[in-house]
Design a protein around this ligand. Structure first.
Ligand code: IVH
Length: 672
């Protein structure tokens, strides 16, 4: 921290000297991180002090030594996203789900805090001893980009806290552009959100400062401080520290309250000076939030209730069939471009074959299209009065463009055929499914190969450069450098990011394979079970016993096991798998080393008084243990809840000599 103007002047001289080295002599005598630190210190000082008029300010200097790239910084705690609810039923389910998880009786009125969901860009701010020291973008959730300098230019973000002068505090919130100010810069960007995103990622923060960015603070992460117990209280603290807090935040206590609040805010939505796209409901009490914990990408304790979509009218020019990663044939309407809520829409999903039949949607039809936030736009209604006389029913193709016959699967539970038609999941054998699997392979939550997004995969696929995922590891970068829009530097960067991601953990690798029904959660369960690629390889031998053992895993059932079998019974898939393993360095699943249940297995039967099964399972897993689905010799403890335990399971466990815990013993074990 710079103390006074004389230190400021001294340090500014050093910065200018380095600028000169860099610009006049093309040499760098300082590493990027130190240079950036120096610059931030100076900018910080300027923000918070009165600089004499004859003094040149660092923020006025042009031609900084540019940082090559935003450096990546690991978030203190993963920066999660939110689960979305689109109608009242989703919200009622959420409310029931959390009450069940916490084992609260239905007459218990769990308090939620409702706030508008600001449609901007999330940022995480770190304060040490009351000073803003770092600002990160969300990035991939685990690592954010260091955009400190850009965030320093946002006047709503306090650079110093007013009261909290010791310890660390992380404040999370949303950067946005007020609608009234967006008008001045609207030629360059489609909507305020894009503009906010673009300006935050300016390499030169002086450009960011020209854009009128604002900030709403909405949260923190759990650190070892005891500031308060509730979200509602925390927001008041943030307010008193100088943050801008949204004024619509309110505690809601029951379903009625929730929907009234939603309707109230939706009715004033268009009059607000910022874009919002829904309401976020958060369990108010931090202790309960902690008990509920997180899923892979979103907290269990919060949900976003999205506002109903905006609509537009257009005409269907054509209907194309897209093949998804798991073989689903999705009809997509190519429509005359129409502006819906600030976004130009030219494609809209028609969902599936049954939906087209049910609504009798045809090429040439005039249709109502709706768009909600970042969800794919969809055709919701046909205006049959505008239909031309010679229009014909749309014939849904029965073959996949790859040549395979398609099927409709029979759902054993609903006893009906699926609405979705599929190219039978032969995995990497259908070249169109493969293209989608490659897009999945490189995506953020999978291998996370920067610079190899969906569009690039599409181009490389068209040019026959990448036809299978392993082709990524045999790319000719000299050739890529010569492609239109590439160049040496971009090709070099792509090469680097491919190499950088070759070291991958087992669970991420399993997820990257894009096997149907094996999402992030299931990939983690499998990673934890197999631990190393050596053991996971066993699935390739199609040895029945390796599959049978999987039934023991809580969360993995017949559907998942059949899907794994199906994947590994196919020679093309096996080849892809082997080639990928050859090219990668797959690290063992990171086993938790600390926790009181390391290497211990539990099984639960019967309902418990104080907690749900899900919470009990989470506690076991947080402490490094495993929950099994059926009693076996591998089981260490059977916990019997007081309400209706399964006698058969108890007897089986007794026969196997397994330690049996009554409900009260379980509470003692976790809270000795
Ligand atoms: S709470 C653990 N509250 O929406 C995640 N998020 O779609 C807790 N957002 O990533 C997020 N307004 O960037 C929360 N009042 C609000 C919000 C909000 C906007 C953003 C946030 C989040 C995204 C999820």
């Amino acid at each position: 921290m710079i103390k006074d103007i004389s230190e400021y002047k001294k340090k500014k001289k050093i910065l200018i000297k380095h600028n000169k080295y860099y610009y006049d002599h093309n040499v760098s005598k300082i590493d990027d991180a130190s240079y950036d630190k120096l610059k931030i210190e100076l900018l910080n000082f300027e923000k918070n002090s009165i600089i004499p008029v004859n003094e040149i300010k660092v923020s006025d200097l042009v031609g900084y030594k540019p940082s090559k790239k935003f450096s990546k910084v690991k978030h203190y705690e993963r920066m999660l996203s939110l689960d979305n609810a689109f109608d009242k039923n989703d919200i009622i389910d959420f409310y029931k789900r959390i009450n069940n998880y916490l084992n609260f009786k239905s007459n218990f009125r769990l308090e939620l805090f409702a706030e508008p969901k600001i449609d901007g860009i999330s940022a995480s701010l770190k304060y040490i001893n009351g000073n803003l020291v770092q600002g990160l973008s969300r990035g991939d959730g685990e690592y954010g980009e260091d955009i400190t300098e850009n965030l320093l230019t946002v006047s709503d973000i306090p650079k110093k806290l007013k009261k909290l002068k010791s310890g660390e505090l992380i404040v999370r919130g949303e950067v946005y552009i007020p609608r009234s100010k967006f008008n001045h810069i609207s030629e360059k960007f489609a909507n305020p959100r894009n503009a906010a995103s673009g300006s935050l990622r300016q390499k030169d923060a002086t450009n960011t400062s020209k854009i009128p960015l604002s900030f709403f603070a909405y949260g923190t992460i759990f650190m070892n401080h005891d500031l308060c117990n509730k979200q509602s209280e925390f927001l008041n603290i943030l307010k008193s520290e100088g943050f801008q807090i949204n004024s619509f935040g309110q505690i809601v206590k029951n379903e009625d309250d929730l929907f009234k609040n939603y309707e109230k805010i939706e009715s004033v939505r268009s009059q607000l000076d910022y874009d919002i796209d829904g309401i976020v409901y958060k369990v108010d009490e931090f202790k309960l939030q902690q008990r509920l914990g997180n899923l892979t990408n979103s907290p269990r304790w919060a949900i976003a209730h999205k506002f109903s979509a905006e609509k537009g009218i257009s005409k269907i020019k054509n209907i194309e069939i897209q093949i998804g990663r798991t073989g689903a044939l999705t009809p997509v309407a190519k429509i005359n471009p129409v502006n819906i809520g600030g976004v130009t829409v030219s494609n809209a999903t028609l969902h599936n074959e049954d939906e087209i039949k049910r609504k009798d949607i045809r090429i040439g039809d005039t249709v109502i299209v709706q768009r909600a936030g970042d969800v794919i736009p969809q055709v919701v209604q046909v205006d049959k009065s505008k239909r031309e006389k010679n229009s014909k029913k749309f014939l849904f193709p029965k073959k996949c463009p790859c040549g395979f016959e398609t099927i409709k699967e029979f759902n054993k539970i609903t006893k009906k055929y699926d609405a979705v038609r599929r190219c039978p999941d032969r995995g990497y054998e259908c070249n169109l499914i493969t293209k989608e699997k490659i897009k999945h392979y490189v995506s953020k939550d999978a291998m996370n190969i920067e610079g190899l997004g969906k569009k690039v995969v599409e181009n490389f696929w068209e040019m026959n450069l990448v036809k299978l995922p392993q082709d990524i590891y045999n790319l000719n970068f000299d050739k890529i450098a010569k492609l239109e829009g590439w160049g040496k530097l971009s090709a070099e960067n792509l090469k680097k990011s491919i190499n950088k991601t070759k070291k991958i953990s087992l669970d991420k690798f399993i997820y990257s394979l894009g096997i149907r029904h094996i999402g992030q959660e299931n990939a983690k369960i499998l990673g934890k079970y197999f631990q190393s690629i050596k053991f996971f390889n066993k699935l390739m031998t199609e040895n029945e016993s390796s599959y049978k053992d999987l039934f023991e895993l809580d969360g993995i059932g017949e559907t998942q096991i059949n899907s794994l079998k199906n994947f590994f019974s196919n020679n093309t898939n096996k080849k892809v798998f082997k080639e990928l393993v050859k090219n990668l360095s797959i690290s063992d699943f990171k086993m938790q080393l600390k926790g009181k249940f390391i290497n211990k297995t539990f099984m639960f039967t019967g309902g418990m008084e104080k907690m749900s099964r899900s919470e009990a399972k989470q506690i076991v897993e947080n402490e490094g243990g495993k929950v099994l689905g059926s009693p076996s010799k591998k089981l260490d403890y059977l916990v019997i809840g007081d309400s209706k335990p399964t006698v058969k399971k108890v007897n089986q466990a007794k026969d196997l000599g397994i330690k049996i815990l009554k409900e009260k013993d379980w509470y003692k074990l976790i809270n000795p």
